[in-house]
Design a protein around this ligand. Structure first.
Ligand code: AMP
Ligand code: GLY
Length: 430
C-alpha cells in the first residue's frame, strides 16, 4: 500500500534532503517536517510544523491529527533520548532506532564493546574514567592516541593527536568538563591510517539494505587541513569501495553488528552509519552513528529512484524483505557546503542570504539547494547556523557534477560565506 503521509523530525540540511526525497518518491506522499528550518517550506509537497523534537506529546498529537503513517527521525539527539520509543509506544511506525540501539552513537565505549564482542575490525582501545587513569594508559602506550569523549558532543568530542604531549592535553581537556557529562568517560584509541568512507545501511532489525558509499570532507580547509567540521562537502558513489569491498563491509562489519544487537534484544530499525577507514589491513570502523550523515544524506538522496517512503516504512515495520524496489540512478552526485563567517569556530549569524538561482534540471545535470542553518524572516532568509546550505548536483561524471554544484553555489551570496573549492579532489580531473 502506498505511503501517503510522512513526518520528518529535525532541522538540518539532512532533514530537508530527506523530506525532499520522500515528497518526490513513490506515490508522492504529503510530507510534514518539524521543526525544520527557514528553507523547509520551499520543498515541493512539504509543510513545516513548529514542534520541537523533544516534545513527544505534541509530536504524537500531530501524528494523530495528520494521520501520519511514518515518522523519520533525522538527528541523533532525539534518538538517543528515546523519541522513537515514545512514538512506537503510541502505535506510530518510526524509522530510527530506540534509545537502546542509539547507544551505537551515544556511547563510544558501548559501541567499542559491541564491536569487540562481534569481532568487528576497529582500532584497539582503552577506557579511562579519570585523568590519572588516562595519563597512565597514554604513557604506557608511548605513541599518540585518538582521544574521544564517550558521549554525544555535537561532533566535537574527538581529538586526533600527533604527539604524546597532545594526547595528555586532550585527555585533561575531556576531564576538565569541556564536553560536560559526555566527557566523564574517555575512550582512547590507537590511530589508524587510510582514506575514510561513509556507509549507510538501512536495517529493519534483521535485514540490511546498503546505499552507495559516500565520502565526506571533515576538515575546514582546502587540502584537508585545519579544524574538524560537521562536514564541508561530499560525493557519491565513492569509488573507494567496489561491489566486492561493499560485500566485505556487509559480511565482516554490518551483519555481525546486527547479530550482536539482536543478541542484546535490540530491534534496530533505522540506518546504521558506519564511518570506516580503509587501512592496509582492510576496512576498520572509526565510529558508528545511528542516523544519516550530513552532508552525505544531501548527496545520496538525489540518487534514489523508487518508492523511498515505501522502503523506509517497510524498514520501520520490520519487513525490509517486502520493501518496494529501490533503484540507484547510475550518475555521480556532488555536494558542496557553504558555511557562515567564522565557522567552525565563533560563528557570526544573522547575515541576509540572497539566491538568484533556481534548481536546474536539464539533460546534462540536475541540481538542488538544501538549506541548513537558515531562518526565514519576513520572507527573507538569514544565516542561523554554521553550515548554512548545501549545493548538490548530479552529472555523468564527477567533473560535470561538481561543475554544476559549484555553478549553483555561485548564485548564492551572504556576507562571510565560505566554502571549500576542492571538494571531490579525489575524483575530479585536475
Ligand atoms: P568523529 O567526530 O567521531 O566523526 O571523528 C572525527 C574524525 O576523527 C574522523 O572522521 C577521523 O578522521 C578521525 N578519527 C577518529 N578515530 C580515529 C582513529 N582511531 N584513527 C584515526 N583517525 C580517527
Ligand atoms: N558528515 C558526518 C556526520 O554526519 O557525522
Amino acid at each position: 500500500m502506498a505511503v501517503e503521509r510522512v513526518l520528518v523530525v529535525g532541522e538540518g540540511g539532512r532533514e530537508n534532503a530527506l523530506a525532499w526525497a520522500l515528497a518526490r518518491s513513490g506515490h508522492q506522499p504529503r510530507v510534514w517536517i518539524t521543526p525544520g528550518n527557514g528553507g523547509s517550506d520551499t520543498i515541493p509537497g512539504c509543510k513545516r510544523l513548529s514542534i520541537a523534537a523533544g516534545n513527544s506529546p505534541e509530536l504524537i498529537a500531530a501524528c494523530r491529527k495528520n494521520a501520519i503513517e511514518l515518522v523519520v527521525i533525522g538527528p541523533e539527539a532525539p534518538l538517543a533520548a528515546g523519541l522513537a520509543d515514545e512514538l512506537r509506544k503510541a502505535g506510530i511506525s518510526v524509522f530510527g532506532p530506540g534509545a537502546d540501539g542509539a547507544q551505537l552513537e551515544a556511547s563510544k565505549e558501548w559501541a567499542k564493546q559491541l564491536m569487540q564482542e562481534a569481532g568487528v575490525p576497529t582500532a584497539g582501545f582503552w577506557v579511562a574514567t579519570n585523568a590519572e587513569e588516562g595519563a597512565a594508559i597514554a604513557n604506557s602506550y608511548g605513541r599518540p592516541l585518538v582521544v574521544k569523549a564517550d558521549g554525544l558532543a555535537a561532533g566535537k568530542g574527538v581529538t586526533v593527536t600527533v604527539s604524546c604531549e597532545e594526547t595528555l592535553a586532550a585527555i585533561a581537556e575531556c576531564f576538565s568538563g569541556r564536553f560536560g557529562q559526555a566527557g566523564s568517560r574517555v575512550v582512547l584509541e590507537e590511530r589508524l591510517e587510510g582514506p575514510e568512507v561513509s556507509i549507510f545501511a538501512l536495517c529493519d532489525g534483521r535485514e540490511l539494505l546498503l546505499l552507495p558509499p559516500a565520502q565526506d570532507h571533515k576538515r575546514i580547509g582546502e587540502g584537508d587541513i585545519g579544524p574538524n567540521t560537521g562536514g564541508m562537502g561530499a560525493y557519491a558513489p565513492a569509488p573507494l569501495l567496489d561491489e566486492q569491498g561493499l560485500q566485505q563491509v556487509r559480511t565482516e562489519i554490518l551483519e555481525p553488528v546486527v547479530a550482536a544487537l539482536q543478541q542484546k534484544g535490540i530491534d534496530y530499525r533505522g540506518v546504521i552509519y558506519a564511518g570506516l577507514m580503509l587501512t592496509n589491513s582492510g576496512p576498520k570502523v572509526i565510529e558508528f552513528n545511528c542516523r544519516f550523515g550530513d552532508p552525505e544524506c544531501q548527496t545520496l538522496m538525489p540518487l534514489l529512484d523508487g518508492d523511498w517512503a515505501g522502503v523506509l516504512l517497510a524498514c520501520a515495520e520490520g519487513r525490509l524483505d517486502q520493501a518496494p524496489e529501490l533503484n540507484i540512478t547510475s550518475v555521480c552526485s556532488a555536494c558542496v557546503v557553504a558555511a557562515a563567517q567564522g565557522y567552525p569556530e565563533a560563528t557570526r549569524l544573522g547575515d541576509r542570504i540572497s539566491d538568484s538561482g533556481a534548481d536546474l534540471s536539464n539533460n546534462d545535470s540536475y541540481s538542488q539547494l538544501f538549506h541548513a542553518g537558515v531562518r526565514a524572516d519576513n520572507g527573507n532568509l538569514h544565516t542561523s547556523g554554521g553550515r548554512v546550505l548545501a549545493a548538490v548536483a548530479q552529472g555523468e561524471d564527477f567533473d560535470a557534477a561538481f561543475s554544476a554544484a559549484y555553478s549553483r553555489l555561485a548564485q548564492v551570496n551572504f556576507d562571510g560565506m565560505h566554502f571549500r573549492r576542492d571538494i571531490g579532489h579525489q575524483v575530479r580531473r585536475p
